[in-house]
Design a protein around this ligand. Structure first.
Ligand SMILES: [Zn+2]
Length: 330
């Protein structure tokens, strides 16, 4: 096998525009990589499960969260697929839509979130162990509006109004976009600098850096992500960078999508790939056969048991005794 460790990094809401900040640490760049979702939960389902979810409604109000409780726990992820090849799995995520509330981690050996550790992973060096998949996820760039209380207040007020279709203060809105993008770019640059350790990582580690969707600062109709950005295709333009066991730099110009990430990992590891969908179908068929075998053997066991009871019953003994007596009298 070419690699015995996998490091998968997801920088939430990082646009393709800022990919250049990270490029130096990697060997392969996918120029036409596209996300197929506009917000965190479905985008990561695509990335980690390898299934293109046609529609998963956008959750913008906290009271709607309950609808998606344990949602991800019903779908096996790449952790299940890699377990077949003796790989362990560990994740450190920013929580929120990546927390165990939504079912994440049910098939992982370890799923840590900000809620558990109180500190969000923000580019610090963490390496996968031998035969381990390590998934690191951060909201640091996504949370540009947390820069200060004033910006957070302006962002939430604007977002809530736009979500509800209410008029907004245009002057305030333009100022928010300008300041917001500046802060966002600053955060992307900070994270890129912190991730410089990737450059010297063990060559038997396959490193992948990507994002789940972009972040837009264009204006009304193309702002932020989720339901406020559905009409702008740039929301799907995100980075995909690989650090491979080669010194050669490559630019892949074929189209590539988020739900193909598990297959890409298996291909790079030179392992036979079976998609989650195929695996579910196969294991269901195997389970059906197993159950049939169990019922089949139980039926014969029951029949043998009934025969034994019949043979030992008082009525049967009395009847056979009577038969013998009758035969003796003849
Ligand atoms: Zn996201």
């Amino acid at each position: 096998m070419k690699y015995d460790r996998i490091l998968l990094i997801s920088i939430d809401a990082l646009s393709k525009k800022y990919e250049y900040l990270f490029e130096d640490y990697f060997t392969t760049k996918y120029d036409k990589y596209r996300s197929t979702a506009t917000w965190t939960l479905p985008a990561h389902l695509n990335i980690l499960c390898g299934i293109p979810f046609p529609k998963l409604f956008i959750v913008s109000r906290m009271k709607d969260y309950d609808k998606y409780k344990d949602y991800a726990s019903n779908i096996p992820t790449i952790a299940t697929l890699l377990r077949d090849f003796d790989f362990k799995s560990r994740a450190v995520t920013g929580g929120g839509f990546m927390s165990s509330f939504f079912g994440w981690g049910n098939d992982w050996d370890k799923w840590e979130t900000t809620e558990d550790s109180r500190n969000e992973w923000c580019g610090e060096k963490i390496l996968p162990k031998k035969n381990e998949l390590l998934f690191l996820h951060t909201y640091y760039v996504h949370n540009w509006f947390h820069a200060n209380a004033k910006m957070k207040e302006a962002f939430l007020e604007t977002k809530n109004k736009l979500d509800a279709g209410l008029p907004i203060d245009q002057k305030k809105y333009r100022a928010l976009l300008k300041e917001g993008e500046k802060e966002y770019a600053k955060r992307a640059a900070f994270l890129a600098k912190k991730l410089s350790w990737i450059k010297n990582i063990n060559r038997h580690t396959l490193v992948i850096l990507l994002s789940d969707h972009a972040e837009l600062f264009f204006g009304v109709g193309s702002f932020h992500h989720g339901n406020l950005a559905l009409k702008n295709k740039k929301i799907f333009y995100v980075p995909l960078l690989l650090k491979e066991n080669t010194a050669q730099k490559t630019v892949v110009t074929d189209y590539m999508y988020d739900y193909l990430i598990p297959k890409l990992i298996f291909d790079k590891l030179e392992l036979p790939f079976e998609s989650v969908a195929k695996r579910v179908l196969r294991t269901n068929a195997e389970l059906k056969n197993e159950l049939a075998m169990i019922y089949h053997s139980r039926f014969w066991k029951l029949l043998a048991f009934l025969r034994k009871i019949k043979k030992n019953s008082l009525f049967f003994r009395w009847q056979s005794c009577r038969k013998q007596k009758l035969l003796a009298n003849e």
